[in-house]
Structures are given as C-alpha cells and as structure tokens.
Design a protein around this ligand. Structure first.
Ligand SMILES: C[S@@+](CC[C@H](N)C(=O)[O-])C[C@H]1O[C@@H](n2cnc3c(N)ncnc32)[C@H](O)[C@@H]1O
Length: 252
C-alpha cells in the first residue's frame, strides 16, 4: 500500500478506536452508577432487616423475661459484619468438643485460637484439660474481646487481625505453639490468603502440630492438592447448626 494511503488507513483506525473508547467510557460510567445504586439499596435493606431482627429479639427477651446473651451478641455482630463473622450463631458443643479433641492437653507450649468469638471452642479446650494460661486468643471484634477478657482472665487476649498472626504473635510466643485452632470464616477469603495463614501458623508451631479449622462448606477450606501438608477430616457434624466438619492440617 502506498504511504499516503497507509497514513489515511491508520487515521481511520485511530478514529474508530477513539470512538470505541468514548463509547466504553460512557458505558463504564453508567454501569458504575448502577452498581453504586445497587450497593446503596442493599445497605438500606440490610440496615432495615438488622433493625427488624434486633426489635424481634428485644420483644422475645421482654416476653420471656430472659437475655439471649451470647447468641444475641453473635447475631448483632453478624448483622454488622456478615462476612467477617461468617456464622449466625456460636458453634454448638459437639462441634466445639470435636475441635478440642485434636489438641493434646498434655502437649507443651501455647495453644492459639483464631476467631474465638464468644468462646465455645475456648470452653471446650479448657474442659478438655488445656490450662487457660496456655491460651492465646486472637479476636478482632471488640464486643467479643470484652467478653473473653472477663471469662478467661488467665488467657492472653490479642485484639487484632488474625491474618497478621505472624507479626502479632512472633514476639509474644515464648515457645512454639502446640496447636492453632481456628474459627475464622476462611472460605470467605482468597485461597492465597488462606494458604499464607496456614503457612504462618505452621511457622509458629512445632512440626507435626495441628492447625484445626471448621467449615460449613462441603469443600475443604484448603485443598490437599496445594501440597506440603497432610489433611485429616472429621465426620460431618449434623447436630451443629449449620452442619459442619473439622479439618486438621499438619506440616511433617
Ligand atoms: C464463625 S465465627 C466463630 C466464633 C467461634 N469460634 C465459634 O465457633 O462460635 C468467626 C469469628 O472470627 C472472628 N474473626 C473474623 N475475622 C477475623 C480476623 N481477621 N481476625 C480476628 N478475628 C476474626 C469473628 O469476629 C468471629 O468471632
């Protein structure tokens, strides 16, 4: 093609591309505005539902003359931050005991619990023979922290983000941990973040020590194919609401 014809052709293509870009920018702005409107609507709805549930809980408490303490605290926190809490009620006793069963009470070193919430698993660990002074509880919800501090004054409570466990605990733990027990809603996090948490936990523990995690989902919270660790799973605990399974990961 002769040069002037080529330049003309180039200009034509450039004009077409510019037109496409302008068109896409207009579409992008429209789509962004639509998404923002949907988010606002969702937030309004969520606040409405939250207030209605709170009102019903209060009515129920007044009528029955009781306080639904832990369950209510949990539901309130879930209404505020559903993805971070990850469950509507605290774990039931059977699930909590199954988690605790994977921790050897005669082992030495601290037992780290991530996301203890109102403390059902903490209670099961203590019941199973783990001394409260060995417990290191990492929780970021201030209401739960307040409750845990009053219930387990001998435990070490760290109010912070469990995903920053390495930084939070490396100077705090005076010896390798005997176990890390997690109630975190892991499944809501990207796989890379879950894997980093598991590796950080392994680095804080003795080789072969368990990382104990429960999930409501059918799939493993960390797939075995990722490698570098062994995986063990409990039976599905149908008595828990919702039914759950306990997964145990170890680095040889
Ligand atoms: C599904 S609840 C489990 C609570 C309790 N272990 C149980 O079994 O009932 C998850 C808990 O993890 C806490 N949590 C979620 N993300 C966290 C994070 N990044 N750091 C610390 N705690 C977190 C929540 O506040 C909540 O207490």
């Amino acid at each position: 093609m002769p040069l002037p014809a080529l330049q003309k052709f180039e200009r034509k293509i450039e004009r077409q591309i510019e037109r496409q870009i302008r068109f896409l920018e207009v579409r992008k702005n429209i789509i962004e505005r639509k998404i923002e409107r949907q988010i606002r609507l969702f937030e309004q709805k969520r606040n409405g539902i939250g207030k209605r549930i709170e009102h019903q809980i209060k009515q129920f408490e007044l009528k029955k003359g009781i306080r639904l303490d832990d369950e209510v605290r949990f539901i309130r926190s879930w209404i505020e931050r559903p993805l971070s809490i990850g469950a509507v009620t605290p774990s039931g006793k059977i699930l909590a005991r199954t988690m605790a069963r994977y921790v050897d009470p005669n082992s030495t070193g601290p037992v780290v619990e991530l996301g203890p919430g109102t403390g059902p698993v903490t209670e099961a660990l203590v019941e199973a023979g783990v001394a409260p002074s060995r417990l290191v509880l990492v929780e970021f919800n201030p209401t739960f922290c307040h409750l845990l501090r009053s219930r387990y004054p001998d435990a070490t409570l760290v109010q912070g983000d469990a995903y920053g466990m390495r930084r939070l605990l490396e100077t705090l733990l005076l010896q390798p941990a005997a176990a890390v027990v997690s109630g975190l809603p892991l499944i809501t996090k990207p796989i890379k973040m879950r894997l980093r948490l598991l590796r950080d936990a392994f680095d804080l523990m003795l080789p072969g020590a368990p990382f104990v995690q429960f999930t409501y989902s059918v799939a493993a919270p960390l797939p075995k194919r990722l490698g570098g660790f062994s995986v063990e799973a409990s039976e599905r605990i149908w008595m828990n609401l919702p039914p759950a399974r306990v997964w145990v990961y170890r680095r040889p």
